[in-house]
Design a protein around this ligand. Structure first.
Ligand SMILES: Cc1cc2nc3c(=O)[nH]c(=O)nc-3n(C[C@H](O)[C@H](O)[C@H](O)COP(=O)(O)O)c2cc1C
Length: 169
């Protein structure tokens, strides 16, 4: 059975995933993109992976700077997600409060969580590169009970049931 790229993409639209802004800063400048292909590898040492299309401008910026920050978004950040996917009218980094932690990669101050990483390795697979990144700085938010999921080619804001329970108590 041959699985076409179109049917693969159709299948992947059924796989809900968190939405993050992947940002980088340094000698190659500041840039970023919206991504759902982010995954934890191990907590010892804390390491994650991000899959980036080699055609994205961010690809060479990440590679050259050697750093990236995974800024996990909430429902309130959907407009920002569109801007960093190249869909908005506004330029990236014009909206939002940006700071830095360890690496110099831009960190969204009110992200649900931000993982500031040094890139350890890059592996090219087809159209994409997999960046293996060591987490060297971490920011977590008081509003972490909220997230946004990309599913069926749409954003789905989600609130943790536990916060509803505690608000009823
Ligand atoms: C919800 C969502 C998730 C995305 N996930 C990824 C991803 O995991 N990897 C990727 O390479 N592009 C992903 N994209 C597309 C990139 O955000 C987009 O191609 C990029 O911002 C283009 O930037 P550029 O114009 O600077 O090259 C996603 C877009 C959206 C809206």
């Amino acid at each position: 059975m041959t699985v076409s790229a179109t049917s693969f993409r159709e299948g992947m639209s059924c796989l809900g995933a968190a939405v993050s802004l992947i940002t980088s800063g340094g000698p190659e400048g500041r840039h970023g993109m919206t991504a759902s292909a982010v995954c934890s590898i191990t907590d010892s040492p804390p390491t994650l992976l991000v899959c980036v299309n080699q055609k994205n401008r961010s690809h060479d910026v990440f590679n050259g700077n050697g750093n990236l920050c995974v800024n996990v978004l909430a429902g309130r950040h959907v407009a920002l997600a569109d801007i960093f996917a190249g869909r908005g009218d506004t330029t990236r980094f014009e909206t939002g409060n940006w700071m830095t932690l360890e690496t110099g990669a831009p960190v969204l101050a009110d992200a649900v969580a931000a993982f500031d990483c040094r890139i350890m390795e890059r592996r090219a697979i087809g159209s994409h590169s997999v960046f293996y990144a060591r987490v060297v700085g971490l920011l977590t938010s008081a509003q972490a009970a909220e997230t946004v999921i990309w599913f069926d080619r749409r954003y789905h804001p989600l609130k943790a049931a536990v916060s509803e329970q505690s608000s009823l108590a």
